[in-house]
Design a protein around this ligand. Structure first.
Ligand code: PBG
Length: 324
């Protein structure tokens, strides 16, 4: 006698009945790339279908997203080179691109959850997430600036701030800074397990934020390390994060799985630019089918234990979900 596993796969209804994973538009966070100006849309060559756009144009996309049921967006600014300096000062400009955008988006779509990236790399002339001095990324000095950046985002109406810098102790410091200013309801979604991955290339092209010297290995995690990633997950939970990101997602499903068991916080899978571009490139060549691989990639993250997914496919996936 042997077990007939195929009994549970013999028709669509029984397959539906035993299906373990489902994905909904509620799970998706849509990233947007912002540029200064009006009525401009710039193609990002390495990310087919994704554009850097001015706020007026992004508001149109956000409208489409809201209509499809997307509840949350995350903002990434492409800052003009002339505004970048070694201290990332533009990150603290209350008249800068991000504060202006948060305000305008909130006004147009009060219920849309706005998430902001807290780090210095879009603003820093060195292209690093923190302050570079004599070849070292200064931890505590950087954290002080990030606390101010997070408070400005909260002041202008960000619902969630997402520190992506991987400095030590920044979650607890940002929490304290927010609370001191009365922003008790601003949540922290920390990039807790963020690897020094080669998959961020297209994103850095999009923002022109490639490090000018060295790499990010002194702060982001070695891709070979699993235990260290779980340590970072546990630390950020202990420091008071509300949601925890694992990034990238597909090559790190083991980390997503364990994180979802080790922590009781919602785990956010970040399907990064390189993961998106690989699927797009292969689909464009006809090697794979765009929609089914997109769907399978996102479902694998849910199966691994993610509650939420940040993905450049958000709009496309929301359209597909609506159709089916
Ligand atoms: C910056 C940041 C990066 C991404 C999100 N926030 C790039 C980096 O760390 O170099 C990558 C996202 C992507 O590749 O889609 N702190």
């Amino acid at each position: 006698m042997f077990i007939r596993g195929r009994r549970l796969r013999q028709n669509q209804n029984i397959r539906n009945l035993v299906e373990e994973t489902s994905i909904s538009v509620n799970d998706l966070i849509m990233p947007i790339f912002l540029i200064e100006g009006k009525n401009k849309s710039e193609k990002i060559d390495s990310m087919p279908g994704i554009y850097r756009k001015t706020l007026d144009k992004q508001l149109e996309d956000i409208k489409s997203a809201a209509k499809l049921g997307i509840n949350a967006i995350i903002i990434f600014p492409a800052i003009k080179e002339k505004l970048k300096d070694p201290f990332g000062k533009e990150a603290l400009n209350k008249k800068g691109l991000v504060p202006k955008a948060i305000k305008a988006i909130k006004k147009a779509f009060p219920k849309m959850l706005i998430i902001t990236d807290v780090a210095l790399d879009p603003y820093n002339s060195d292209g690093h997430d923190g302050i570079l001095k004599d070849g070292e990324i200064l931890n505590d000095k950087t954290v002080e600036i990030l606390c101010r950046q997070a408070c400005i985002h909260a002041e202008f109406g960000a619902d969630i701030v997402a520190p992506s810098d991987m400095m030590d102790g920044r979650v607890v410091k940002i929490r304290q800074a927010l609370d001191r200013k009365g922003f008790h309801n601003t949540a922290i979604m920390s990039y807790a397990a963020k690897f020094a991955s080669s998959l961020y290339g297209p994103f850095r092209e999009a923002l022109n934020s490639e490090p000018k010297s060295g790499d990010k290995k002194s702060y982001q995690i070695n891709p070979k390390n699993y235990r260290e990633a779980i340590k970072e997950i546990l630390l950020d939970e202990a420091e008071g994060a509300d949601l925890l990101i694992v990034k990238p997602a597909s090559f790190y499903l083991d980390v997503i799985r364990t994180s979802s068991e080790a922590s009781v916080l919602p785990i956010v899978a970040y399907q990064v630019s390189g993961e998106y571009s690989m699927i797009k490139a292969a689909a464009k060549n006809g090697y794979i089918d765009n929609d089914s691989v997109m769907k399978e990639s996102l479902e694998s993250m849910k199966r691994a234990g993610a509650t939420i997914i940040i993905t450049y496919f958000a709009l496309e996936m929301a359209r597909l979900l609506k159709k089916n």
